[in-house]
Ligand binder design. Structure first.
Ligand code: GRF
Length: 203
């Protein structure tokens, strides 16, 4: 499976995907990393791994639709079949979501459907949650929604700060994202409505 990863910054989840894909036995290959922000750390990570990069700067497009078209064109010119959003901080248009329907996943730093949107760690602390975590899900038009591929939970500890909790969740993200991509690339799941069906290997 030829994968394109969309980023906006640090790219630590991208790194987890690159590290997993470095194993020849991994069923997906990262063929392109696209950032909407120039010169971010994630682009350097891709270059170091020998993966092609592109910057599609949203500031150079007059609207979201034009920007999203440029991103899709860039991905398709590199033969991308499947998209992973990894800290991509742009809302995408419904046209973009439709184009990549069931071919695009995102990682979100909360146990969805709890805490869609931003500031998830602070909100989990404010609510007194004892468990928090991350979710990999197929992308639908409504932000941070769509069929859930996998989730990982971490404990919220009494002395946690937003930062200490974010670090613990991030560790879980880095394990979860490659695992979920592997499931998809091995065609072990199918989507039915908003649910994911795990197929048995005997089928
Ligand atoms: C991660 O917490 C991810 O869940 C969220 O944005 C952050 C990106 O971090 N969507 P990185 O760029 O992968 O290091």
């Amino acid at each position: 499976l030829k994968v394109g990863v969309l980023i906006s910054g640090r790219g630590s989840n991208l790194q987890a995907l690159l590290d997993a894909a470095a194993d020849p036995a991994f069923p997906a290959e990262v063929v392109l990393v696209v950032s909407n922000v120039p010169n971010v750390t994630g682009l350097a990570r891709a270059q170091k791994a020998g993966v092609a990069t592109a910057t599609v700067n949203h500031r150079e497009y007059k609207n979201r639709l034009d920007f999203d078209h440029a991103v899709t064109e860039t991905l398709e010119n590199s033969g991308v079949e499947f998209v992973c959003l990894a800290g991509f901080m742009r809302l995408v248009t419904k046209e973009f979501v439709a184009h990549w329907h069931n071919r695009m996943i995102n990682i979100h730093p909360a146990l969805l459907p709890l805490f869609p949107g931003l500031d998830t760690h602070q909100r989990a602390l404010d609510e007194g949650c004892k468990l928090h975590g991350c979710t990999v899900h197929f992308v639908r038009h409504e932000m941070d929604s769509g069929p859930i591929v996998g989730q990982a939970a971490v404990p919220v500890l009494p002395d946690d700060t937003e930062n200490s909790l974010a670090i613990r969740v991030l560790g879980a993200e880095h394990r979860l994202y490659p695992e979920c991509l592997k499931l998809i690339a091995e065609q072990k799941i199918t989507i039915s409505g908003n649910r994911l069906i795990h197929r048995h290997t005997s089928q």
